[in-house]
Design a binder for this molecule. Structure first.
Ligand SMILES: Cc1cc2nc3c(=O)[nH]c(=O)nc-3n(C[C@H](O)[C@H](O)[C@H](O)COP(=O)(O)OP(=O)(O)OC[C@H]3O[C@@H](n4cnc5c(N)ncnc54)[C@H](O)[C@@H]3O)c2cc1C
Length: 480
């Protein structure tokens, strides 16, 4: 192991490995169950949208349309109903609730959350303009004068306007160019305003929403929907991490240096099996010190978890991961999770290829330890700049040796900017050809890739060219 120093003691030469999983159910039944569960959840989402449109129609919402003023009135009601419903779905998708995470994984849930961002904003803009324009026509004023006079007339228009402004802020900061300029913490704080936006919007829905006030069925639907989302967020994001972490008495047991810029944190506690964490998953880790408690970050489990210990291996990538390199044993931590579907549960084949780059090694290392496999079933490919200073190389070699897995440590700079491979004797072969020589069963295997986004995309391209079906490629990108 590339142990350059060891503040709390040297890393053990041989890591005490746990017994691998006895077997993995590869039967198609598991997939059928997963697909049907996804269908069910998606159907509920679509039904909720149809329901709000239905309530609008049976209330005669479309019958009253006969001129511009009444058209604007109908548009204002319909866009408000559909956008609010989608907004609640959006909040649920990003809330990392375990039952959704198990079905879709955080990446897919986040992607859908992002896709809904602009349509929801556009509908709220239409709703806002339709309300003000409708009143302006009725009162013969221009739209701007009308807006300011409405502030005195319509109760809760001020809070609704604040909600609208906050929503614009959240969507604008989500756009790629803006995101690149923000630190994760700034982006995260701005996104908390999304909750503020929903809260500020509630009063005007109650006081002015003609689709809700005095309509018991609609009221029951909206109160249940709001409560369902609020309780999921309150329990899974706020309360359960605190309750579980305190109950399991989580604290840093030891910190072991793995390379010049990474350490392993051993989080100790009792009855940790109750977390039901599996190799390949990640937790949001919150270190409870006066300066770090408010900044939590996602980290993958780097060894198969046991009842007493969960381990993370963390590279120094920025301000917080720099501080983490020096965290003291005994420090309390809060774990939120486990999250993620980068697990053996998604496996479909006997043969497995595990591919990591740099600090993408932790989940790959944990999967290699616990995966159910016969000798020769698994190939590990670890892409590093310098194998004498890469985290977890020795442990991966140890696992490969013990379990009869193939292992290739690919060291050095990239052979050209578009390649994910280092210079080698096979330099005149394309990446996918080299991959086939490293893992001849590549097209018949499940492949797990973890590393930076560019690496993951380059490897996925090579896999597709080498004949691996897309549904056998499982990737975890360390990106937000
Ligand atoms: C699912 C998942 C699992 C991860 N597992 C590991 C792991 O096992 N070991 C490890 O070393 N790193 C892991 N990461 C990356 C790790 O979360 C970031 O390196 C860390 O949050 C950076 O924090 P910072 O304050 O030091 O960095 P900053 O100074 O804020 O930024 C440094 C870099 O890290 C990125 N980053 C910052 N915060 C996050 C965040 N919350 N999520 C993702 N990227 C972020 C920034 O975009 C930037 O590129 C994982 C990320 C994800 C999404």
């Amino acid at each position: 192991m590339a142990t350059t120093d060891s503040p709390q003691g040297m890393a053990a030469a041989e890591y005490p490995l746990v017994e691998p999983n006895p077997k993995t159910a590869l039967s198609p039944k598991r997939w059928t169950l997963l697909n049907r569960s996804q269908d069910f959840v998606e159907a509920l989402g679509y039904l909720s949208i149809l329901w709000v449109i239905f309530t609008f129609l049976i209330d005669g919402g479309a019958n009253q349309i006969n001129d511009l003023h009444s058209t604007l009135g109908a548009l204002d009601r319909l866009t408000a109903l559909v956008a609010t419903d989608l907004l609640l779905i959006q909040l649920l998708l990003i809330a990392r609730v375990p039952w959704l995470d198990k079905l879709y994984g955080h990446d897919r849930a986040t992607l859908t959350h992002k896709k809904l961002g602009k349509p929801v904003l556009y509908m709220i803009i239409v709703h806002f303009l339709a309300v003000v324009w409708g009143y302006a026509i009725a009162e013969g004023k221009n739209v701007i004068d009308e807006y300011f006079s409405l502030l005195n007339v319509i109760p809760d228009l001020i809070t609704a306007s604040i909600a609208f402004a906050l929503m614009i802020l959240v969507v604008v900061t989500s756009i790629k160019i803006a995101r690149k300029k923000l630190s994760y913490e700034a982006w995260y704080l701005v996104h908390l305003f999304g909750y503020g936006s929903v809260m500020f919007a509630i009063p005007h829905q109650i006081s002015t929403g003609i689709d809700i006030a005095g309509k018991p069925l609609a009221q029951t639907f909206w109160i249940s929907a709001y409560l369902f989302v609020a309780l999921n967020i309150a329990w899974f994001r706020l309360l359960s991490p605190i309750v579980f972490s305190a109950g399991h008495k989580l604290q840093i047991g030891k910190v072991v240096r793995e390379s010049s810029d990474s350490v392993s944190l051993y989080v100790n506690g009792k009855n940790l099996k109750n977390f039901n964490a599996t190799s390949g998953q990640f937790f949001i880790l919150r270190i409870i010190t006066p300066t770090q408690w408010w900044r939590a970050h996602p980290f993958s489990i780097s060894a198969a978890p046991t009842d007493k210990q969960i381990r993370f291996t963390i590279g120094n990538r920025g301000d917080d991961t720099e501080l983490i390199q020096h965290v003291k044993p005994g420090t309390r931590v809060i774990l939120e999770g486990p999250y993620g579907v980068f697990t053996e549960d998604r496996r479909t084949k006997d043969h497995v290829i595990l591919i990591a780059a740099g600090i993408g090694a932790p989940p790959i290392r944990a999967l290699a330890e616990s995966i159910a496999a016969k000798p020769g079933d698994v190939t590990i490919i670890y892409r590093v700049r310098d194998k004498n200073d890469a985290p977890l190389v020795d442990e991966l070699n140890q696992i490969a040796k013990k379990r009869g897995f193939y292992i290739h440590i690919l060291e050095g700079n990239r052979r050209h900017p578009k390649s994910w491979l280092p210079k080698s004797a096979n330099d005149n072969f394309a990446d996918d050809r080299v991959l086939q020589t490293l893992a001849p069963k590549v097209s018949k295997a499940d492949v797990y890739i973890c590393g930076p986004a560019a690496f993951t995309h380059a490897v996925s391209n090579s896999l597709l060219k080498a004949g691996t079906p897309a549904n056998q490629i499982h990737a975890e990108e360390f990106a937000w």
